[in-house]
Design a protein around this ligand. Structure first.
Ligand code: URA
Length: 213
């Protein structure tokens, strides 16, 4: 069974978890990735942003959202009035999943399976407990499924505060903040009607911003 659980440290803060996650072999994705990309940001952040998995740049640099999607995300946060707000940024899956293109030159991103996402959830759960934010933002379908359950659909579920899935948090569901799901920044980069899709992302981030206490 794929499961990060046995790799979690017995306790400690974000640094202890980050260090332990570096050695995670809870699913096969560690084999092809350069390194674990754990979350980054302030332990006292009021907002946690959850992406899918590290991309090519993130895999090389070891930090989440430092590539093109991250650049767009930071612009959207600023446009949503969150430019000065300390955020904790992480991913549902901590290793880059990829396959070589036909010429063997480029690393093509592959979406993680539900099984891989579930296997990695203990890390995300620990991050959410340690940071204990006022609001969680799920960026795209993978983060949405991890936090809101397998029937999550971006089109139907984005933009309104929803309770964290009870299956995602068996221990203490009441202690958890609302989740606002939105589009993944990469979906904005791929969209033909980029301005409209970008505006939707900013609108949803404003909805999340309004939940900060
Ligand atoms: N896309 C993601 O979902 N996460 C990253 O960290 C980078 C790109």
């Amino acid at each position: 069974r794929y499961d990060a659980g046995p790799f979690l440290p017995p306790g400690g803060g974000l640094d202890a978890y980050r260090e332990a996650a570096a050695g995670c072999e809870g699913c096969p994705l560690f084999e092809r990735a350069t390194q674990t990309v754990f979350g980054s940001g302030d332990e006292s952040a009021r907002i946690v942003l959850v992406g899918e998995q590290p991309g090519d740049q993130e895999d090389r640099q070891g930090e989440p959202f430092v590539g093109p999607a991250g650049k767009l995300l930071h612009r959207a946060l600023t446009d949503a009035g969150l430019g000065e707000e300390p955020a904790y940024v992480t991913n549902a899956v901590k290793h880059f999943k990829w396959a070589p293109d036909e010429r063997g030159k480029r690393r093509i991103h592959k979406p993680p399976t539900l099984r891989e996402t579930h296997a990695c959830y203990p890390w995300l759960d620990a991050e959410l407990r340690l940071v204990s934010p006022d609001v969680i933002v799920a960026l795209g379908a993978t983060a949405g499924r991890a936090l809101l359950g397998p029937s999550f659909r971006v089109t139907k579920d984005r933009g309104t505060p929803l309770p964290l899935s009870p299956t995602a948090t068996p221990a203490q569901p009441d202690a958890h903040p609302p989740v606002v799901a939105t589009l993944h920044p990469s979906a904005v980069l791929r969209a033909t009607d980029r301005d409209t899709v970008y505006a939707a992302l900013v609108t949803d981030l404003r909805t999340a911003a309004a939940l900060l206490s």
